[in-house]
Structures are given as C-alpha cells and as structure tokens.
Design a binder for this molecule. Structure first.
Ligand code: SAM
Length: 286
C-alpha cells in the first residue's frame, strides 16, 4: 500500500510527519482548511489549516482532561458551555454525567461538525443523539458577549490555537465575558497551549496573564498529547472560588464509576504539579 506523508511544522525547523494511507476529504470552509486522513497507527485524523486537531489514537487524553478535572471539583455542574469542540469529543465526555442537564456547544464552523459526524463517529457520536446537547454554529466570542450573567456552571474552551478564527478566544474581552456568565461556583477550562516551543510558550503566558488578572483562582495543569507540538500540553483551570486541589472530590467522582482511559483521581492531583521552568514562566510572565 503506497504511503504518502502528512507534515506539519511544530517550529520553524521542527517538523512532525505521519504516513497516511488515504486523504479522505479536503475542503475550504468559510473559516479554515479542513482535511481528513486515514493512518494505520493513528486511525482517522483531521487537521485544520494544516495542524493536527484530533486522531482516534490519542483523542481520549485531551477529552478526558478537559472534562473530568472540573467535573470532579464541582459535583453540582448542570449547565455547561463548550466553545469550539467541533469534533464532539468534549461533548461526549460531559454527556456521561447524568446530573448535567444542558450542554451548549458553540462551534464557529458547521462543516467541522458535519464532517466529524461522517468520518469520526468515535468523537462525534453524541452530537446527534443526546438531546441535552444544543449546537450553535457561531463565533464563541459573540455568543458569550450576549449571554446573561451567572448562566453557566462550567465553560470549556476547546479551541484551535490563537491564530485564525480562534484568536478572539484568547482575548481579555472573551475572558471578561466568561467570568461574567459563570455562576459563583463557576469554572473556566481553556486550551492553554504548551511551554515547549517559543510560539506556544508565548501564547501560554499571554493567556495566563489575562486570566490570572481576572479570576481569583487561576491554575494550569498538564497532560500528554503525543500528536500536539512537543506532546506536552496544558489546560487552564480558573474559578471564582473553587480550588482544583483543595476542592477536589475524588470519592464522589469515583462513585459515578465512569470508565476513563486517561483521567483518574491520582492524575488529577499530579497534573497540577508543573515543572519548575513552567511554574516560573507562568509566575513571571516570561
Ligand atoms: N477537541 C480537539 C482536540 O482534541 O484538541 C481539537 C479542538 S476543536 C477541533 C477546535 C474547534 O474550535 C474547531 O472546530 C474550530 O472550528 C473551533 N473554533 C475556532 N475558533 C472559534 C470561535 N471563535 N468560536 C467557536 N469555535 C471556534
């Protein structure tokens, strides 16, 4: 079987390549270039503007860690807002909680959702079957700006990087609005980039600086995401009063008996233990 190569740049002189067996789909949506591929090792994967987004082999790490960390801190989360998340993986994980009664997913690009439903049912399957999931095909920045105060218990920013349509999701205005539409127990989880390559490190610092100026509690946690630049990836945990470690409720979470592949109560704690160089960068904004 002839193998062609998909390559993306992780830095100006660092490339990441995957042999693929078929290029399933290509299109220019109104927002970005969308490509779906088939690979022996990673299964089906898709890229946006030439950057890896999701693949069958390691999507569980990201979707576990964006979802179960906040859900095991506040056991009373009922209304959840997902910004981005077009592949459906985050919505799939949140829908596993019976006490959640509303999952609003604001994805700017309807084509990502439609193509994920067609080619990546592993992540997108719940989008058409769970009546708690409401899809809004619009810009997340505008959506949060018009939302009423104190509406959501949890906001998950499952976005692309801060270039292109995702740029506004790293702005102060956006974080201001997220703070406003969250309840007093509200938690914001955002895609927080990575400390490794300079460009990603700069974005990590920029996002964290804005968030810690707004939220009384602003922490960062790490996880392994092998197919993202360097494999060392971060989420931000910001809240008005709940602390991800002090208010962590492992016993309550474990009673739900959710079978997760990456997340567990030990890794919940460990994920917030950051390497010294990362701690310093976040503390000193440099
Ligand atoms: N969840 C995946 C993962 O495992 O990392 C990747 C993230 S998901 C594909 C990123 C989504 O954010 C894309 O579908 C993109 O269309 C969406 N997006 C980018 N900018 C947006 C915006 N301003 N408002 C809403 N969605 C946006």
């Amino acid at each position: 079987m002839s193998h062609k190569i998909y390559t993306e740049k992780w830095a100006k002189d660092v490339h990441f390549s995957i042999e693929y067996t078929s290029h399933i789909h290509h299109e220019e949506s109104p927002f970005q270039t969308i490509d779906f591929y088939q690979s022996e090792t990673l299964g089906t994967f898709f890229t946006l503007d030439g950057l890896m987004m999701v693949n069958q082999k390691d999507e569980f790490s990201y979707h576990d860690m964006i979802s179960h960390v906040p859900m095991s801190v506040n056991p009373n989360i009922k209304r959840v807002l997902i910004i981005g998340g077009g592949d459906g993986g985050t919505a799939r994980e949140i829908s596993r909680y019976p006490h959640v009664n509303q999952i609003d997913m604001v994805e700017i690009d309807e084509r990502v959702v439609k193509l994920s439903i067609e080619y990546l049912p592993q992540t997108a399957s719940k989008l058409e079957t769970d009546e708690r999931i409401h899809l809004y095909f619009e810009d997340g920045v505008a959506f949060v700006n018009q939302k009423e105060d104190g509406y959501y218990d949890l906001v998950l920013v499952d976005s692309t990087d801060p270039i292109g349509p995702g740029e506004g999701l790293f702005s102060k205005q956006f974080y201001d609005d997220c703070f406003r539409i969250l309840t007093d127990d509200g938690i914001l989880i955002n895609q927080h980039e990575s400390p490794y390559f300079d460009r990603d490190k700069k974005e990590m610092i920029r996002a964290h600086k804005k968030i810690k100026e707004l939220f009384p509690i602003a922490k960062v946690y790490q996880f392994h995401q092998p197919t993202y630049p360097s494999g060392h990836w971060l989420f931000g945990f910001a809240s008005k009063k709940l602390d991800p470690i002090k208010d962590h409720k492992p016993d309550l979470w474990e009673e739900l008996d959710l079978d997760t592949r990456y997340y567990n109560s030990d890794i919940h704690k460990a994920a917030f233990a950051l390497p010294t160089y990362v701690r310093k960068a976040l503390k000193n904004n440099e």
